[in-house]
Design a protein around this ligand. Structure first.
Ligand code: FAD
Ligand code: NDP
Ligand code: 3IO
Length: 410
């Protein structure tokens, strides 16, 4: 009987923290560490930095918060960037960012297991190729690591195309098609709008309530207004003001089949992570009927869908705009720092630090702004320990002809 003993993966000692994920969060924390004299190693499952932005977003995507809220620490956006940069501009900024700080992640390293070894006092991080060892583990895999694909009765029978928004690029593939868009967050709204602009016929499923705010109020971004008001008044009052202006400028969304939640938009974002829709044009297409609002789906049939109100419709394609989730529970083991949903249990602003050298960056439900905050906190914290640890490292590592961010093999 042939026996093939699986080869033990090679061990790599990392000089500095291990960062999992080369998105904006991983890059930001690596840059802040470097600024404090601490080397680090980023492990990235994909073949490039910012893979969410490069591989999983549609062509027409723009940041919907103004640029001052979306830049990473220590290195600003170029002056000539517009108020709302395009995704291509954002990616080129991130590439310059990595270059500026000489950040060279190790690509195609998908972390399968990460666990603290209490005996040796190190984090053991396993990818398909290696086992990495470090005193610090920084989780930067994001709140949007995997697409949420809900089980919708009958979806396997559907004859047309079914895709998640993470693979949608442009409406050019859907010209003249009747498309069912399931979900009405920012992705559902913007994909429906893009479909309209390509002469497709989108029908958007709204099974629940949703907050829609104008992206700007009197030429000032709604998000900037909210941030400014929050310095002076409680969240609930800010929410009331935002809703007052939203109702004045957009009219009642309830009449269009878009009921507002009882909880205000910012309070809801903080409590559940549900981001309010910042409208960039979908609402006016809903008003003209070019985007049709549909109730919850009862089941999908071969040729279309049956809805909870008893109506039926025929569709050529289905786009799941059903959101994203963290993937931390699938690879992070042996600690109860994270919830079952893969978010830190400790709420903002203290969720960035765990025990035994564990850190998280980008799990604040506050977009890039939250990332920048975490990255600075982590770098400050680790750099204090680093100075002490460096002495130990010097004795430990025999091979000295390696650059800062390479692992030492033994
Ligand atoms: C369509 C869209 C638009 C958005 N627009 C904005 C905006 O305008 N402003 C804003 O502030 N926020 C926006 N966000 C939120 C956005 O997710 C974050 O702001 C930002 O991308 C978060 O960066 P991150 O590095 O934390 O996560 P990500 O960008 O998701 O990066 C995480 C990285 O980790 C890698 N990874 C995951 N699992 C593993 C593993 N097991 N092993 C190795 N690598 C792994 C991934 O491949 C990825 O490269 C948007 C999100 C989406 C989906
Ligand atoms: N321009 C930009 O900057 C953009 C930013 N984004 C950001 O990306 C993140 C993800 O957004 P998005 O992809 O819209 O995800 P969201 O999680 O915000 O929205 C998911 C939507 O899908 C619905 N849904 C989930 N499961 C089902 C189901 N089984 N049946 C019917 N509906 C379902 C949800 O409804 P329910 O509420 O009932 O659960 C919700 O309407 C957000 O932070 C968003 O702001 C996204 C696009 C553009
Ligand atoms: O665009 C996103 O997904 C974000 O997470 C940005 C964001 C953080 N906090 C908010 C509050 C209201 C609208 C968007 C955001």
């Amino acid at each position: 009987m042939g026996c093939c003993k699986e080869e033990e993966p090679k061990w790599l000692w990392v000089n500095g923290p291990i960062i999992v994920g080369a998105g904006p969060s991983g890059l930001a924390v690596s840059a802040c560490l470097k600024e404090n004299g601490v080397p680090s190693l980023i492990l990235e499952r994909s073949d490039c930095i910012a893979s969410l932005w490069q591989h999983k977003t549609y062509d027409r995507l723009k940041l919907h918060l103004p640029k001052q809220f979306c830049q990473l620490p220590l290195f600003d956006f170029p002056e000539n960037f517009p108020k709302y940069p395009t995704k291509h501009q954002f990616i080129s900024y991130l590439e310059s960012y990595a270059k500026h700080f000489s950040i060279t992640p190790k690509f195609k390293q998908s972390v399968k297991v990460a666990e603290f070894d209490g005996v040796c006092g190190f984090w053991k991080v396993q990818t398909q190729d290696f086992q990495y060892l470090s005193k610090w583990l920084i989780v930067a895999t994001g709140e949007n690591a995997e697409a949420v694909i809900p089980e919708i009765p009958g979806i396997d029978k559907f004859k047309g195309r079914v895709m998640h928004t993470s693979v949608y690029k442009s409406g050019t593939e859907f010209i003249n098609q009747r498309v069912l868009v399931i979900g009405c967050g920012n992705s559902g709204m913007e994909v429906s709008l893009d479909l309209c602009r390509h002469n497709a016929i989108p029908h958007m499923v709204v099974r629940n309530s949703v907050h829609i705010l104008p992206r700007e109020m009197l030429g000032i971004s709604t998000f900037s207004i909210a941030m400014a008001l929050l310095k002076w008044m409680p969240l609930r009052i800010v929410d009331k003001l935002l809703l007052l202006v939203a109702n004045l400028t957009l009219g009642s969304t309830d009449k269009l089949g878009l009921r507002r939640p009882k909880t205000g938009p910012l309070e809801l974002k903080n409590a559940t992570g549900k981001t309010p829709v910042l409208d960039v044009g979908a609402l006016s297409q809903i008003k003209t009927g070019k985007i049709q609002i549909m109730p919850g789906v009862k089941e999908i049939t071969k040729i279309g869908a049956k809805f909870l109100d008893g109506k039926e419709g025929e569709f050529d394609s289905i786009i799941l705009a059903t959101g994203y989730k963290s993937n931390v529970p699938s690879w992070f083991k042996g600690s109860d720092f994270f919830t079952e949903q893969g978010m830190p249990k400790t709420p903002f602003p203290n969720g960035w630090k765990g025990e035994n050298g564990l850190y998280t960056v980008g799990f604040t439900r506050r977009g890039i702004l939250g990332t920048a905050n975490d990255a600075k906190n982590i770098a400050r914290d680790i750099s204090e320990q680093w100075r002490e640890f460096k002495g130990f490292c010097k004795n430990f590592c025999t091979t000295k002809n390696l650059s800062d961010n390479q692992g030492i093999c033994f």
